[in-house]
Design a protein around this ligand. Structure first.
Ligand code: NDP
Ligand code: GUE
Length: 293
């Protein structure tokens, strides 16, 4: 039987609807809507598209979107200065520095300039540490979106075996920690992992965040597994440009119970969770409870 396709676009759209309502209530109570600032350095075409989409989604949810663009030649000090100015601006609730940064800029240093209270990507040392400790903080958006999608299929994740392929700071590592917090038994796999197919076959929840088109083959998927495909890879096929994930979707859907498509799976959830984090940051900065969503 063919798998159920997890409609990330629809789930994200429902979440954004509720965030929009909360944002409007917030604006009434506090005199201004939450405000997200996105810092974009250079002119990477994929980043331009994401930043434009984020801006549109932010406005659609009744929030304010600000973009700070710098040329690819900007120095680390210049980027850091922009981030510090946003930290000090009381009208800004959330700051996101779009990755990747040009190679001459140390991403870790720039991210650490962000005020942890405005770090809606959850990437500063403070928020990463809070995730590790399991205390209140802002969580990275893509991993959060993945957990919501997994829960849309399985009410309780407790005791399930989760395999996360990829251990980046942005996706794989925080996703492993969030699944651990849900009481999954988590295996973190990466480029040095031996017997990757065998390890994947043991997964009740299989998460792929690698950045290699269709690396995960159909027969690496256990029958009845939930597959979350985080990869976004642009490939040329039959003379046309298209987006594919890290999982061989057509083959995997014959074995999985449920699977996310690319596009229309995890990607839209990342944006919805970014908006939710902006709302949470805006509320906490004013000392009120965050949204109940
Ligand atoms: N849907 C969304 O919202 C988002 C999607 N993405 C997409 O997710 C993918 C991953 O992104 P990101 O985490 O930033 O990528 P990175 O390149 O930072 O990390 C890739 C990870 O995959 C591992 N890896 C590479 N090759 C293999 C292999 N052959 N077998 C097993 N593991 C391997 C690497 O291992 P090692 O550590 O050993 O090098 C590394 O941990 C990309 O396609 C990206 O576009 C990213 C962010 C959000
Ligand atoms: N600081 C930072 N935080 C990020 O969260 C971050 C980042 N940098 N750099 C790049 C990656 C990538 N990313 C995506 C977000 C949405 C979609 C998305 O909405 N994708 C649509 C399709 C979009 C398209 O057609 O290109 C989908 O999957 O359906 C994809 C990818 C966030 N990232």
């Amino acid at each position: 039987m063919s798998a159920r396709i997890i409609d990330g676009k629809a789930i994200a759209s429902a979440l954004r609807e509720r965030i929009g309502e909360e944002a409007r209530a917030f604006a009434k109570a506090h005199g201004a809507p939450p405000c997200l600032a996105v810092v974009l350095v250079g002119d990477d075409p994929a980043s331009q598209v994401y930043v434009r989409n984020k801006g549109r989604a932010t406005r659609e949810s009744g929030m304010i979107s600000i973009e700070k663009r710098l040329p690819a030649s900007a120095s680390e000090a210049e980027v850091a200065a922009v981030v510090r100015a946003l930290n000090e601006d009381p009208s800004i609730d959330g700051i996101l520095v779009q990755m990747p940064l040009p190679v001459h800029i140390d991403a870790h240093s720039v991210i650490n300039e962000i005020d942890p209270a405005k770090d809606v990507d959850g990437l500063t040392e403070t928020n990463a540490g809070r995730l590790l400790l399991g205390v209140q903080g802002l969580r990275p958006c893509t991993p959060e979106g993945c957990v919501i999608l997994a829960k849309s299929v399985r009410d309780r994740l407790e005791g399930l075996r989760a395999v996360v392929v990829g251990r980046s700071i942005l996706v794989g590592k925080p996703l492993s920690l969030l699944l651990l917090a849900e009481n999954c038994t988590v295996v973190m796999a990466h480029s040095k992992t031996r017997d990757l197919p065998e390890i994947c076959r043991s997964a009740d929840i299989l998460c792929a965040a690698v950045g290699r088109p269709r690396l995960i083959e159909g027969d690496w998927v256990k029958k009845g597994a939930v597959v979350l495909d985080i990869g976004i890879n642009r490939v040329e096929e039959d003379g046309a440009a298209r987006l594919v994930g890290d999982v061989d979707f057509e083959a995997a859907k014959e074995r999985a119970e449920a699977i996310t498509p690319v596009p229309g799976g995890v990607g839209p959830m990342t944006i919805a969770c970014l908006l939710r984090n902006t709302l949470i940051a805006a509320a906490r900065r004013r000392g009120v409870r965050g949204p109940a969503i």
